[in-house]
Design a protein around this ligand. Structure first.
Ligand code: ADP
Length: 307
């Protein structure tokens, strides 16, 4: 009988511009590592990182609680969380903990759940951070690659990204509000113009086509969002300059990563990725904001890394 399982889950970027709450992409910038160990009773979280240790308030804790209940498991579980993904920066940090936990729990108890079920349990953990269940980041983090999330019923379509797709991410060193995702969802317009919805739909469709055709140019050129990005960009100091600089340096498309404040530029391996990253950092410096830049590529998911 297995009594301990360790699983790693990647960071992810949600939305990719026009695919709000629908698209996700696993990226190899950062990883969370979760170790689940069977103990006598209860749910205990151990971490050195600055995240809640109350299981109800931690995405990993909530996943364990929900899975224990669903499968009527009496054992207690100790959850060891090693964060590699900065929390609250739009890199799917809370989602990666949830994703790795769902995959580890499945393995610990030999449940052999399918991809959609793992994503469903991981998504249920997101309530601890965002206040609502949403699946874009967890789907990418569990399954890897590019994902399209359909809901009611939940069904995730996964597409293997082009091997030459590259991203430059700039993570600004600013304080993020505690309920950032909730706050940044609050600024999104409740009503949208039909012409804007058509524009976003055409770009979202083109992004899917770009992944199917394994063409980073189509993907990057379609990272255009006229609905959510304009409503949120004021929350990121220097966003317009970061975007302008990245495009000038050769990026194909630039947008907010998830709910921000990280900014992500899409490009391909043959581009001058260092130049793009530097241009983004200079954009942030325009408003005296420091940032960490990472050049990355699509990642496998937590479920693909099962030993
Ligand atoms: P992101 O997922 O982009 O990092 P969120 O705003 O969705 O940003 O999540 C970050 C918030 O979730 C923080 O307030 C953090 O305290 C909380 N949180 C709860 N559990 C975790 C976890 N296991 N890992 C990271 N953040 C967590």
């Amino acid at each position: 009988m297995v009594s301990k399982v360790t699983v790693k889950a990647p960071s992810s970027t949600a939305n990719l511009g026009p695919g709000f709450d629908v698209f996700g992409l696993a990226i190899d910038a950062f990883y969370d590592t979760i170790t689940l160990t069977k103990i006598k009773s209860g749910i205990k979280i151990i971490t050195d990182d600055n995240i809640p240790t109350n299981p109800e308030k931690n995405t990993a804790g909530l996943v364990v609680k929900n899975m224990k209940k669903k499968f009527k498991i009496k054992d207690g579980i100790e959850i060891k969380i090693k964060k590699g993904i900065p929390a609250g920066y739009g890199m799917g940090s809370s989602a990666a903990s949830a994703a790795a936990t769902a995959v580890a729990f499945d393995k610990l108890f030999g449940l052999k759940l399918n991809g959609n079920s793992l994503v469903e349990f991981a998504g249920s953990g997101e309530k601890a951070s965002a206040g609502t269940v949403h699946y874009d980041n967890v789907a990418a983090s569990v399954l890897g690659g590019f994902v399209i999330v359909k809901t009611n019923p939940l069904d995730v379509i996964r597409i293997e990204p082009p091997t030459n797709l590259r991203m430059c991410i700039a993570v600004p060193t600013i304080n993020v509000p505690k309920k950032k995702t909730k706050v940044s969802r609050g600024v999104i317009p409740k009503k949208i113009k039909l012409s804007d919805s058509i524009l976003n739909l055409s770009n979202a469709a083109a992004i899917v086509a770009g992944f199917m055709k394994k063409d980073p140019e189509i993907i990057g050129n379609s990272i255009k969002d006229v609905i959510v990005e304009p409503a949120r960009q004021h929350m990121i100091p220097g966003f317009a300059k970061v975007k302008e600089n990245a495009i000038k340096a050769g990026a194909l498309g630039v947008t907010i990563s998830g709910a921000g404040p990280s900014v992500i530029a899409f490009s391909k391996s043959s581009a001058n990725l260092k130049k793009i990253s530097l241009a983004m950092a200079k954009g942030f410096a325009f408003t005296n904001t420091k940032c960490q830049t990472v050049i990355c590529k699509p990642s496998k998911g937590a479920a693909n890394k099962r030993k």
